[in-house]
Design a protein around this ligand. Structure first.
Ligand code: NAP
Length: 272
């Protein structure tokens, strides 16, 4: 299937690592010119060089998205370089464990790391998206549905991201701008690896988590996540808006018996 993305321009937040990097790579493979705004410099610059050697564009824009002026600058720099924005992917975030005990200051800081820049990027990119009749893909989290415990700021942010996806889809439908969200549950990324590394037995924890994932008892890959994002961002998804897609191997919604022992998983109405 030709995704009809050739020569489009995408602005991706947090595109140097993990899910964001997967999205950047798949977009470029489809002929998209990408701007990647990221805090750390080394990987972003390396990515830019790697692609420029292949005659492809992956403009690195250094910025910490907790500062909304960095969001404004990222949009301006993308427009200076490419003259348009067809796709905005809001991806950067961190499960920072700001729980109920952490207090209001930590809660607000968590919203800055995970939520405010989603709004700021959409706000500053709005005119360009109107001009291109473009689209937005927001990366959320299953935490918005399931909770996790001890991470109020992150959960609140991800809940708001799901709500804003629907809100913006309504707002922007008259302009032909589509807005969708993709929600991972357990995707193997540097962020995830770092979280598990802090546990007593990371390998045991990994095995136990995998058992909870119905489809294949394995983590979702970055590429599986990215492929769904790229499809949603493409004109092939031209009548899809306001959707919240879980790319999670069934983790969030499927009957819990499919992650249990054989005797329980055999239980079912048809078999009685
Ligand atoms: P990751 O491996 O840590 O990669 C995130 C990237 O975003 C990094 O390059 C990071 O830069 C950048 N970034 C983060 N905060 C930033 C900021 N304030 N300013 C600029 N750049 C920033 O994370 P990931 O696992 O791919 O997660 C990506 C998204 O998926 C997040 O929104 C996360 O909540 C969501 N998610 C992931 C999972 C999962 O299983 N992995 C599950 C649910 C939701 P640095 O290198 O400077 O840190």
């Amino acid at each position: 299937m030709d995704l009809q993305l050739n020569d489009k321009v995408a602005l991706v937040t947090g595109g140097s690592k993990g899910i964001g990097l997967g999205i950047v790579r798949q977009l470029i493979a489809e002929g998209v010119r990408v701007a990647n705004v990221n805090r750390s410099e080394a990987e972003g610059k390396q990515l830019e060089t790697e692609y420029s050697q292949q005659g492809k564009e992956c403009l690195f824009i250094q910025g910490d998205l907790t500062d909304v002026t960095a969001c404004e600058r990222a949009v301006a720099t993308t427009l200076e370089r490419f003259g348009r924005i067809d796709i905005l992917v809001n991806n950067a975030g961190v499960n920072d464990g700001a729980g109920l005990d952490a207090g209001p200051k930590a809660f607000v800081e968590s919203l800055k790391k995970n939520l405010i820049h989603y709004y700021a990027m959409a706000h500053y990119a709005l005119e360009a998206l109107k001009d291109s009749r473009g689209c937005i893909v927001n990366i959320g989290s299953k935490v918005s549905e399931t909770g996790q415990g001890e991470t109020s700021g992150y959960a609140a942010s991800k809940g708001a991201i799901t709500a804003l996806t629907r809100e913006w889809a309504v707002d922007l439908a008259p302009r032909g701008i589509r807005v969708n969200a993709v929600l991972p549950a357990e995707t193997w990324t540097p962020l995830y690896e770092k979280c598990l590394a802090a546990m007593d037995d990371p390998q045991l924890a990994r095995n136990e988590i995998e058992q909870l994932i119905p489809l294949g008892h394995r983590f979702t890959t970055i590429e599986e996540l990215a492929d769904t994002v790229v499809f949603l961002a493409s004109p092939r998804a031209s009548h899809t808006t306001g959707q919240i897609l879980f790319v999670d191997g069934g983790y969030t919604h499927l009957d819990r018996k499919c992650t249990q022992s054989a005797s329980i998983s055999d239980f079912g109405a048809a078999k009685k």
